[in-house]
Ligand binder design. Structure first.
Ligand SMILES: Nc1ncnc2c1ncn2[C@@H]1O[C@H](COP(=O)(O)OP(=O)(O)OP(=O)(O)O)[C@@H](O)[C@H]1O
Ligand SMILES: Nc1nc2c(ncn2[C@@H]2O[C@H](COP(=O)(O)O)[C@@H](O)[C@H]2O)c(=O)[nH]1
Length: 184
């Protein structure tokens, strides 16, 4: 398992971050790559911990310099995985998790074909809406934008070798752990 890359994708609000936090507690050798984004920090989010918060100019500069292994626009903001976030962890023999949206996951399939790509699916679309509303981090119009993107993302799940339904959290974490340990 050391040095492997795991891509965890799926619609916003499906529970990727929640699942990954629990997985990292169970598997201390696994590390999460900190993404870069041009969106503003939410209350409680810290630079360098939750995201590297960049402005558009800096994001563009780093794209031109080839600093991203993947990047995409999502709901009017930009998100990307910095090569340095991957390389420092893999060099230290850690396996790395990327928590990214579907366009980025597709790019990783091209650039890092050995990465294990996992799609997290909700039990249904209404549950997804309830989770986004319940999280309380996004305004109503932003939630609608995310749900519209989610429809297309859900149609893409067949592109992924592994699909985990996040209904009961414990079951979903266990399914994810089996995939990461290579016993699924
Ligand atoms: N299995 C579950 N059952 C009930 N609620 C859940 C479950 N998994 C996650 N949640 C809740 O759903 C909300 C969204 O979860 P989370 O923020 O982890 O989603 P996400 O996929 O990481 O979203 P984003 O892509 O926007 O970062 C949170 O309030 C979380 O507590
Ligand atoms: N392609 C990438 N997508 C990413 C990355 N980091 C996060 N994300 C995805 O963006 C949306 C919105 O995130 P939010 O924090 O604003 O809710 C969500 O699907 C994330 O998984 C990345 O580096 N590249």
């Amino acid at each position: 398992m050391p040095g492997k890359v795991f891509v965890i994708t799926g619609p916003s609000g499906v529970g990727k971050g929640t699942l990954i936090r629990t997985l990292l507690e169970r598997m201390p050798d696994l590390e999460l790559a900190v993404s870069a984004t041009t969106r503003s920090p939410r209350p409680g989010e810290e630079p360098g911990v939750h995201y590297h918060f960049l402005d558009d100019v800096e994001f563009d500069r780093r794209v031109v310099e080839g600093d991203f292994v993947e990047h995409a626009e999502y709901s009017g903001r930009r998100y990307g995985t910095l090569r340095s976030e991957l390389e420092k962890r893999v060099a230290a023999d850690h396996s790395v998790v990327l928590e990214i949206e579907v366009q980025g996951a597709r790019q990783i399939a091209q650039t890092l074909p050995d990465a294990v790509r996992i799609f997290i699916a909700p039990p249904n679309e209404e549950t997804l809406r309830l989770r986004l509303v319940g999280r309380g981090t996004d305004a109503k119009d932003e939630i609608e934008r995310r749900l519209a993107v989610a429809k297309a993302e859900l149609e893409a799940q067949h592109e992924f070798a592994h699909v985990v339904e996040n209904d009961r959290l414990d079951d979903a974490v266990s399914a994810l752990e089996r995939i990461v340990r290579g016993v699924a």
